[in-house]
Design a protein. Structure first.
Length: 106
């Protein structure tokens, strides 16, 4: 420091120490701010995920309800025809139906 200054030496030392302290604390404060922002972003993304899951659950419930209504509204003849068409070429299903017919005869 220059020897002849109009300011008291204690004042210049105090300002110098304050500046060094600020420069020393800056990296820690910057990292703390970065961690805080990261925590807020993670929290917001979790809230968005939960909101999306709730929306998907509402859509799934509507689809399930509509499918159940379609099944209950279907006529018995159409149901039997669709079942026989689905299980027609399946050897396991044919064997089970023949066993069922054999057991119901008794």
């Amino acid at each position: 420091m220059p020897g002849d200054t109009p300011v008291n030496a204690q004042i210049t030392d105090s300002v110098t120490q304050a500046n060094v302290s600020i420069l020393g604390d800056a990296p820690a404060i910057a990292m703390a701010n970065a961690y805080q922002v990261f925590a807020q972003v993670v929290g917001a993304s979790m809230q968005n995920a939960i909101s999306n899951q709730q929306g998907a659950n509402s859509v799934d419930l509507a689809i399930t309800t509509q499918g159940t209504n379609v099944l209950y509204a279907m006529s018995t003849a159409a149901d039997a025809k669709a079942t026989s068409e689905i299980l027609g070429g399946n050897p396991v299903a044919e064997a089970l139906s023949s066993l069922q017919a054999a057991t119901s005869a008794f």
